[in-house]
Design a protein around this ligand. Structure first.
Ligand code: HDE
Length: 703
């Protein structure tokens, strides 16, 4: 008989033949005091290192319920990832009303100034799988769950205010086209391939969104620096039952910021979790990201007088025409305790609205109202997904729905139907409908006087939906020259990855309807002839440029929320480093110290540890960099590839470089000619937030 070990994890035991067997050495004493490991049935586990075997070298026994339960649970740990928006990061927070609008809506969070509503927000990329990188060129999802006292309100939006398609029936085609190609299984998280651009070329309604997707909006610096939009038109309904159309907006308090394409590509290698980490760390260090919440409200008469259809999700309402009225602020102040339980299992649905919010007839929205509930059943596997803590309303939920997979509630009594009169016999009778305060749909036939044919069943789109170019032109014309160059370069890059020449040609023919000079630049960048313009289904109308659509026209943001890298090495001046770090932190930036080695270095004036090693913390991770080094280490760094790349990238990404005299020499050796963005250490904190776009055409061939 094997001798029973005194403790389950002693180092050796004796086999039937008296031979000694080693057990896995491990630390049994470092758990939480009084916390006993159990199975999911609550049975205490004596040994979590060894499965139950017939002898130390014998077969494992089927009766080992501890092993079987553990492996069974593990085998089922993954749930289907979201078909779109699989890669996401979330956080808890609070929404505070800053301007009450009861005259417009009954929505509970907007009834009084100062009113706070808990929220959970999830940001995502669209095309890539759950394990894909954070910085591809892609749209970002911006979904917010409001836990109001009137029930859950989900505002499931994107960081781009328009969409690729007008009708939900095209969504599976769009998503199939953009995701990895069906036969090859690549490219992952990239729109730069034949099938996507084939679809785009054949569907001119995509052209407005394409302008956004090729702009720097699609390569954001941080999730904290993206705007959010409800995209679809909704309705606000007041207590008198009067309704207006509304577009929802989120405006980042830190301002809009993006990376360059080259940076985004390099970040993907240096830190695939760049955005997730940035969001998590900002919240962990108390730098809570915040967004102002705004509404653009118009009535039916205004909408009817426009050149575009308010029900068309490929159109926006220019802010210069209808200002965005700020009515609240969302602050994200708590990271999830558990990624799976919260960020993965959170289930958004645009159909979740509270009294005061209602839908428009936007055919994309109408399709979404069906899709999300359907997808949750597939992903979460039970109709009771609403009972998961992250999805559960924070107000009473009472109805006669019962049972189903994984029912977590224990309803009492036999009143599981309505009407019932059980309370006449003294038994609980359950809840009843509430005509006065319950959700009642806005009786929304847009034109009640419409002729019978107008409300016949048809598969048609409204006339103005055929205008595919006016707002694509508006967007392009509203960009600064460097932003236009980025759009042209992005188009060249993406189309250069298409193998099918006719696909490129067709897209070029569409671009001609947006801006001939843009089409010419892209054709030149591809070394292709410019084709005839594609016929336009409807002639575009001229619209006044909208500066609100440009990122750079908003001006340069401050040091707030920035991440700055300071490079040092043996012998550097510690006092200078401390001073600079202090200045930057006082301005609201976070600072990481980078050195050739990560451990402790002997500096002039003391010792200092780096946060990261040079090759592991490339300059693409920072908004700006400074370097305080002595001549000898600088000479050594001058021959190191990682160090050279550190400076070359910072320069070519148009970042501010704070350079001490030895660093200047190093830069000269790299052929970097200092411009107004290469500054003395003393000036660095003041200039660090700026990108020096004038530099870009000197360091990169833009289309
Ligand atoms: Fe979605 N979308 N979508 N979408 N969407 C999903 O729901 C769908 C659309 C958006 O962080 C899915 O739970 C259809 C527009 C976000 O969990 C799915 C159509 C906008 C998220 C779905 C659209 C969005 C989703 C996949 C065309 C911007 C992530 C997993 C009619 C307003 C939410 C899930 C999160 C997720 C369907 C178009 C935003 C399959 C059918 C337009 C931010 O239900």
């Amino acid at each position: 008989m094997a001798k029973k070990p005194a403790r389950p994890n002693t180092d050796s035991t004796t086999g039937p033949g008296g031979e000694t067997h080693q057990q896995v050495p491990h630390d049994a004493d470092h758990g939480d005091a009084g916390a006993h490991l159990t199975t999911n049935q609550g049975i205490r586990v004596a040994d979590n290192q060894n499965s139950l075997k017939a002898g130390a070298r014998g077969p494992t026994l089927l009766e080992d319920f501890v092993l079987r339960e553990k492996i069974f649970h593990f085998d089922h740990e993954r749930i289907p990832e979201r078909i779109v928006h699989a890669r996401g990061s979330g956080a808890h927070g609070v929404f505070e009303c800053t301007r009450a609008i009861p005259e417009l809506t009954m929505a509970a969070p907007l009834q009084e100034v100062g009113k706070q509503t808990p929220v959970f927000a999830r940001f995502s990329t669209v095309a890539g799988g759950a394990g894909s990188v954070d910085t591809p060129r892609d749209v970002r999802g911006f979904a917010v769950k409001f836990y109001t006292e009137a029930g859950i309100w989900d505002l499931v939006g994107n960081n781009i205010p328009v969409f690729f398609i007008q009708d939900a029936i095209k969504f599976p085609d769009l998503v199939h086209a953009v995701k990895m190609e069906a036969d090859k299984g690549y490219p992952q998280a990239a729109s730069a391939h034949d099938t996507f651009w084939d679809f785009v070329g054949l569907m001119p309604e995509t052209m407005h969104m394409i302008m956004w997707a090729m702009s720097d909006r699609a390569i954001p610096r941080s999730l904290r620096t993206i705007e959010g939009f409800g995209v679809n038109t909704y309705r606000l309904v007041n207590a008198q039952g009067q309704a207006k159309f509304v577009k929802f907006h989120w405006k980042p308090v830190l301002g809009l910021q993006s990376t360059t394409w080259d940076e985004a590509v390099k970040i993907a290698g240096a830190d695939p979790d760049y955005h997730r980490r940035d969001l998590y760390e900002a919240i962990e260090t108390g730098n809570f990201p915040a967004w102002d919440f705004g509404v653009q409200v118009v009535d039916e008469e205004w909408a009817a007088a426009q050149d575009f259809d308010i029900l068309d999700a490929t159109k926006l309402i220019p802010e210069e025409l209808v200002p965005v009225e700020i009515v609240g602020r969302m602050t994200l102040n708590r990271n999830p305790d558990n990624f799976f339980a919260e960020t993965e299992q959170v289930a958004f649905c645009p159909a979740n609205v509270v009294p005061g919010i209602d839908f428009s007839h936007d055919p994309l929205l109408q399709g979404r109202l069906f899709s999300y509930l359907d997808t949750q059943l597939k992903r979460l596997g039970s109709t009771n997904f609403h009972q998961l803590p992250i999805n559960a309303p924070k107000c009473p939920v009472m109805n006669f729905q019962r049972d189903g997979h994984m029912q977590m509630g224990v309803p009492k009594g036999r009143a599981n139907y309505e009407p019932n009169s059980l309370n006449e016999a003294g038994e609980p009778g359950g809840p009843r409908e509430c005509p006065a305060t319950g959700f009642s749909s806005f009786p929304a036939i847009e034109r009640p006087e419409a002729a019978r044919e107008d409300i016949a069943k048809v598969r048609l789109r409204p006339e103005l939906f055929a205008d595919h170019y006016s707002q694509a032109r508006l967007f392009y014309a509203s960009q600064t020259p460097i932003e236009q160059a980025h759009i042209a370069s992005a188009l060249v890059f993406e189309l250069s990855k298409c193998v099918l020449e006719h696909v490129r040609t067709r897209v070029l023919s569409r671009l001609r309807n947006i801006d001939d000079s843009l089409a010419q630049r892209v054709a030149d960048g591809l070394a292709m002839p410019l084709p005839e313009a594609a016929p336009a289904a409807r002639a575009p109308v001229e619209m006044a440029p909208s500066p609100a659509l440009s990122i750079l026209a908003h001006g340069q943001p401050s040091l707030q929320g920035r991440l700055i890298g300071i490079l040092f090495d043996e012998g550097s001046d510690k006092a200078a480093i401390d001073k600079l770090k202090g200045e930057l932190e006082a301005g609201g930036a976070a600072v990481l110290l980078v050195a050739p080695k990560v451990g402790e270095h002997a500096l002039k004036g003391g010792k200092l540890k780096a946060h990261g090693q040079l090759a592991g913390m490339p300059s693409v991770l920072f908004d700006a960099v400074a370097s305080i080094i002595m001549p000898d280490p600088a000479a050594k760094l001058a021959m190191d590839a990682a160090a050279k790349q550190w400076f070359m990238d910072a320069f070519s990404h148009c970042k501010t470089i704070g350079a001490c005299p030895a660093t200047r020499k190093l830069l000269a050796g790299l052929g970097i000619e200092p411009d107004e963005g290469v500054v003395e250490i003393a000036q660095f904190a003041a200039v660090a937030p700026a990108r020096h776009w004038d530099r870009e055409p000197k360091v990169r061939m833009l289309a």
